[in-house]
Design a protein around this ligand. Structure first.
Ligand SMILES: Nc1ncnc2c1ncn2[C@@H]1O[C@H](COP(=O)(O)OP(=O)(O)OP(=O)(O)O)[C@@H](O)[C@H]1O
Ligand SMILES: [Mg+2]
Length: 358
């Protein structure tokens, strides 16, 4: 049994807040009270109830925070039970700003140095995982020349436009826009430079996106016009870099990663995809370590992933308990947490509620 600290007048809100100000957010490395994350403290006899407002509903470290909060509160005399409610308010990346800032709180590009490594697969499953956790999520298919998102999401067409704005298709809780909706499948797309710029711009600006916590952007492979255009048109919170697990993939991945650094786009981290017996494992972790960026984990090569993509029912929906789906959800949580950290670093002064200052 704990030896309880004595509180003469019973448990008060001040006592609870003081205790919670010793509990750190494991990602942001500040205490929950200074971060303004504690709301609605209620004390009813020995029951202490309060809400923790997370910076993302996909927070992978809820369990740690819950344990730490209990550890801080239960030793107080009079506290018998701790009830935590969870809420979230995804902070906005202030760099986005302007018209785009009204729609997108955070923008996450998914990229790779070369083709076929699983960008679209990661993009659709990431978007769905974030939406399943409760965020408002959009998915922009920025692969203008080879748009695959609609196929993998099982979407055939968009709703009709309204007030001269495009209305995104919606499936699995995700708002989706793709060039594939606007052209016939057998129509070759030969666009370069200025046209590509205007196409990507339209898909961002002429769309009724509403307000989104995250816009996930599926990029074409490599280091070409589309990446450049996107970075010019829309401030990116960061880029997730997808790599295959074999060592020979590392050089291409590194090229892709360096291009984003040149464009001043933060690297969120690296995901290794298609790990297992066939392609091995290791390039993702090795690259992340050598480049000093986070490693989000590896997604195994599994038939269910390919089948899910072909059938328009991504693995995270079709087989939520498969090894790949579990890995994809874990990756999504880590990406969301990393986005929170980057976004909070840019705006800490304005996030602290006035009453907490001083
Ligand atoms: N972990 C995995 N296990 C099995 N199949 C996978 C996995 N990841 C992706 N695939 C399959 O590999 C193929 C290529 O994946 P995907 O289209 O996502 O790659 P991409 O990087 O977007 O390609 P591109 O560069 O052409 O845009 C798809 O058929 C997809 O279903
Ligand atoms: Mg793709």
């Amino acid at each position: 049994m704990f030896k309880k600290n004595k509180v003469e007048d019973g448990v008060t809100e001040e006592v609870v807040m003081a205790a919670l100000s010793t509990v750190m957010d494991p990602e942001l490395h500040k205490d929950l009270v200074s971060l303004g994350m504690i709301r609605d403290v209620k004390i009813d006899g020995g029951d202490v109830t309060f809400t923790i407002v997370l910076t993302t509903p996909s927070c992978p470290l809820k369990g740690v925070m819950q344990k730490d909060a209990e550890k801080a509160l239960l030793p107080i005399s009079g506290v018998e039970r701790v009830h935590i409610k969870w809420d979230s308010n995804v902070p906005a990346d202030l760099r986005i700003g302007g018209q785009m800032g009204k729609h997108f709180r955070n923008t996450i590009a998914v990229s790779s140095g070369k083709g076929g490594v699983g960008k679209t697969t990661i993009s659709v499953n990431l978007a769905i995982a974030l939406a399943q956790d409760g965020s408002r999520v959009g998915l922009l298919d920025a692969d203008i020349l080879g748009p695959n998102v609609p196929l993998m999401m099982g979407i055939e067409k968009m709703p009709p436009p309204r007030n001269q704005k495009l209305i995104p298709a919606e499936r699995f809780g995700v708002k989706v826009i793709s060039m594939a909706f606007m052209v016939k499948p057998d129509q070759p797309l030969i666009w370069r430079g200025a046209m590509l710029h205007s196409a990507i711009n339209q898909l961002l600006s002429d769309v009724e996106w509403g307000e989104l916590d995250y816009l996930v952007i599926d990029l074409p492979p490599g280091t070409g016009d589309a990446q450049l255009t996107l970075a010019q048109v829309l401030p990116l919170t960061g880029s997730v870099v997808v790599t295959q697990p074999m060592k020979v993939a590392a050089a291409d991945t590194l090229r892709g990663l360096k291009m984003f650094e040149k464009l001043d786009v933060p690297i969120l981290g690296i995901v290794e995809n298609m790990s297992g017996e066939l392609f091995g494992t290791g390039a993702g972790k090795m690259l992340a370590e050598s480049q000093n960026v986070p490693y989000f984990g590896s997604v195994p090569l599994q038939t269910a992933v390919r089948v899910g993509g072909d059938a328009g029912e991504p693995v995270i929906v079709a087989h939520p308990d498969s090894e790949a789906a579990v890995a994809l959800r874990e990756v999504a949580g880590k990406i969301a947490a990393r986005v929170s950290v980057l976004t909070m670093q840019k705006q800490t002064p304005t996030f602290i509620p006035i009453e907490m200052v001083g």
